[in-house]
Design a protein around this ligand. Structure first.
Ligand code: PXG
Length: 459
């Protein structure tokens, strides 16, 4: 490697020129960047030669790990044949058409159309535009309000961040006025005085209360992640989704399933809504559709909305230069071919998810763990000071940061969301690799316990 690319040199350049996403710029300048230089299979390597088992699949996107030569070849070949052309003005090209067809094949049967974007955030902006257009064409222009959930994550454009329920983000801009939020179905954090079943119903009925408060004639859609990912792998109690389904049907409200994280196999189904038996009108997707190798997102559109949009006519004034970029679509086609051809999702459902469930549950006996929960290849640990009462460490988030560092010290990338530790490992890992992940997580918990005990400010 060229000496001008030494770690220190790169860190200095990074500090001088690079503003990172979701980062305290001042703090990063003080601490320095971890420079990741290469990756293979489910491991990432940093400049110091350390390898880490990537328990987060990149940023919830490299579901097939980092070594997938057929995706690289497909992108390279496409760049050689047609590196760019747009899908505006009655044009298209083979990869965008073929990916639209393939997505229609793997989607719930009633979803046969797709609109391409470059990211999940743009997908959710597209959702807002499409929902509005739908109700206008149905001559119900008063149906404008979109209901979302506190602590949901739907992206970082103005639309995406308004839909999201992250209070700290809302403080930094003016949110859109036609979006409102209801409580999340987070039993451990907010409902432990109830049984899980009762709390699931309470959280779902918050939707009905909000609809009645706004008036159903004013409500356009409800958007939710099947499992809240960035919010801390929040898995709703079993009673939640059936009740939500009943409420949506009763009040004639569109349902948008944000599958940017849940989509393409993480729950052991193509989409998280299928795990829960939900039938969304729109699905937002991104990330794992290209295994993260190219930026691509979009919206799958169900028959109810598509039929109105396609039959009523009038231009839909929305789109992006790179909507359906040929290289990104080629990556998507190659990714979906692997998922289908190698039985990735079947293996998650039959083997990996049950294995992770059994092994992850063993962490529940650790003194720091208030709850160990999982679904498919999602997992979360609630870090607490007192297992019996669920009392947290203060200040909030500190124990998460300590545990995250301990995890890195043991060669595992595990995320902290406040004081919840979360994992979403690649779907191509083996059961033996899941065992290594859980062993490292336990070692991290042991180290974090010691660190926290040695610091009287937090114990
Ligand atoms: N919806 C969901 C459910 C997401 O998780 C987006 C939309 C936005 O996608 P784009 O492609 O615009 O980033 C996401 C993205 C984290 C983290 O810290 C999660 C996401 C992005 C960045 C960080 O967990 N999810």
């Amino acid at each position: 490697m060229n000496s001008s690319h030494s770690k220190q040199h790169l860190q200095a350049l990074d500090r001088a020129h690079h503003l990172h996403p979701f980062t305290d710029f001042h703090d990063l300048g003080e601490r320095g960047t971890r420079v990741i230089s290469r990756a293979e299979h489910i491991y990432i390597h940093d400049f110091d030669g350390n390898a880490y088992l990537d328990g987060m699949s990149g940023l919830w996107c490299c579901n097939l790990g980092y070594t997938q030569p057929s995706i690289v070849e497909a992108v390279t070949k496409q760049l050689g044949e047609l590196p760019f052309y747009n899908n505006f003005f009655q044009c298209a090209h083979p990869p965008s058409i073929e990916l639209a067809r393939t997505l229609a094949e793997i989607s719930p049967e009633h979803m046969q159309h797709v609109f391409f974007t470059n990211s999940g955030s743009e997908g959710n902006d597209t959702v807002l535009r499409m929902v509005r257009r739908y109700w206008d064409l149905k001559d119900k222009p008063a149906k404008r309000m979109v209901i979302s959930r506190v602590n949901g994550y739907h992206g970082s454009t103005i639309g995406g961040a308004s839909l999201g329920g992250m209070g700290f983000m809302h403080k930094q801009f003016e949110t859109l006025p036609y979006i409102t939020h209801i409580r999340q179905p987070y039993w451990y954090g907010e409902g432990r005085e109830y049984t899980r079943e009762d709390f699931g119903l309470i959280a779902a009925r918050a939707l009905e209360e909000k609809i009645l408060e706004l008036g159903a004639d004013n409500v356009a859609a409800f958007i939710a992640e099947p499992v809240q990912g960035a919010g801390g792998v929040v898995i709703a109690p079993e009673t939640y989704w059936p009740e939500v389904k009943r409420i949506l049907a009763k009040y004639d409200i569109l349902f948008v399933s944000d599958e940017v994280i849940c989509g393409f196999g993480r729950t052991g189904h193509w989409f998280g809504c299928q795990y829960y038996g939900m039938e969304p009108d729109l699905i937002t997707f991104a990330k794992a559709v290209t295994n993260g190798f190219q930026p691509l997102g979009g919206v799958l559109v169900g028959e109810r909305v598509a039929s109105v949009l396609t039959q009523k006519g009038g231009e839909f004034g929305h789109g992006f230069t790179y909507s359906g970029h040929p290289a990104a679509c080629a990556a998507g086609l190659a990714t979906l071919a692997i998922i289908r051809g190698e039985g990735i999702i079947e293996n998650v459902a039959s083997t990996l998810a049950p294995h992770l469930a059994a092994r992850w549950a063993t962490l529940a006996d650790h003194p720091l763990v208030g709850e160990a929960r999982n679904l498919g290849l999602f997992g979360a640990l609630e870090i607490v000071k007192n297992k019996e009462t669920g009392e947290r460490f203060s200040p909030g988030g500190h124990a998460g940061v300590v545990t995250r560092q301990a995890s890195l010290n043991h060669g595992l990338v595990m995320r902290a969301t406040g004081d919840s530790m979360i994992i979403a490992p690649p779907l191509v890992c083996t059961t033996a690799e899941l065992d290594i992940l859980v062993e490292r997580a336990r070692a991290a918990l042991d180290e974090a316990l010691q660190t926290l005990r040695e610091d009287p400010a937090h114990w």
